[in-house]
Design a protein around this ligand. Structure first.
Ligand code: G3P
Ligand code: CA
Length: 254
């Protein structure tokens, strides 16, 4: 369903704002999601982890050290503690006081306005996180079809299989980062539960694209931070480009 002719430029590649439009605003904050909307991205990508008291929080690293004014593990802090942190100043003083959002807040604010690519981050640290994400989607009626523009991705294949067994209609993306060869066996196994393979852009080439398409899956590649990276990816016919700068993709696609 997703295959296209090799070498023919994608008509409308999906533009996915990585951690929001994180080239322009602090990653995984409402400011970055708002910027993605303003730039007309198709999806926002966001990273989900669990607080000590079991709330779904949007932050990339497993500690708060790099992106906030606090220190410590995300999973050792309560929702209230995480909510007092400043997740904006690390990026620029213009964003001082920007809080860490919860997944609930992002779903409520954006689910009808822009697609949401949810990454289950480091799920081995957070037993039960798949069920909590599934429940957050269920209560909002976002679990029934891919018309809802919700996709769930992870580097953790077991976590993805678990999530798929909970909400089989929500599209799944398998994140791959290594230089390992995506064998036919691996692709066949992924295609049992996944709709997309999402590789690092360093490992996207004609052969990989053709074989992923042949297994009936699409490709969302990451992370574009240089405008010159866009055109070759469009020529390879990927379905989505995950980027800190959504405008780089939007101005190149037809
Ligand atoms: O969406 C792909 C990308 O987000 C995966 O890497 O480290 O930025 O979460 P990372
Ligand atoms: Ca991510």
């Amino acid at each position: 369903a997703v295959a296209g002719a090799a070498g023919q430029q994608s008509a409308k590649v999906l533009t996915i704002a990585h951690r929001g439009a994180s080239g322009y605003a602090p990653e995984n904050t409402m400011a970055a999601f708002e910027k993605a909307l303003e730039l007309d991205a198709d999806y926002i990508e966001l990273d989900v982890q669990l607080s000590r008291d079991g709330r779904l929080m949007l932050i990339h690293d497993t500690t708060v050290n790099r992106t906030t004014n606090g220190t410590g593990l995300v999973g050792s802090m309560t929702y209230d503690e995480l909510k007092t942190l400043d997740a904006g100043s690390f990026f620029s003083p213009a964003f001082a006081g920007e809080p860490i959002p919860s997944l609930d807040e992002a779903l409520d604010r954006y689910h009808n306005r822009i697609g949401i690519l949810i990454e289950i981050k480091s799920p081995h640290l957070y037993p039960g996180i798949e069920e909590k994400i599934a429940q957050a989607l269920r209560v909002r009626g976002l679990h029934q079809s891919n018309d809802q523009k919700i996709i769930v991705q992870s580097f953790d294949f077991q976590s993805l299989k678990k999530f798929h067994s909970l909400l089989p209609e929500v599209p799944i993306g398998v994140l791959t980062a290594g230089s390992y060869h995506l064998t036919e066996e691996m692709l066949a196994e992924f295609s049992a539960y996944a709709d997309y393979i999402n590789p690092n852009l360093l490992f996207v080439n004609e052969d990989v694209v053709q074989r992923i398409h042949a297994h009936g899956m699409g490709i969302m590649t990451w992370t574009v931070r240089d405008a010159a990276q866009v055109r070759p990816l469009l020529k390879l016919n990927v379905e989505g480009i995950i980027t800190d700068y959504p405008d780089y993709v939007i101005r190149e696609r037809s």
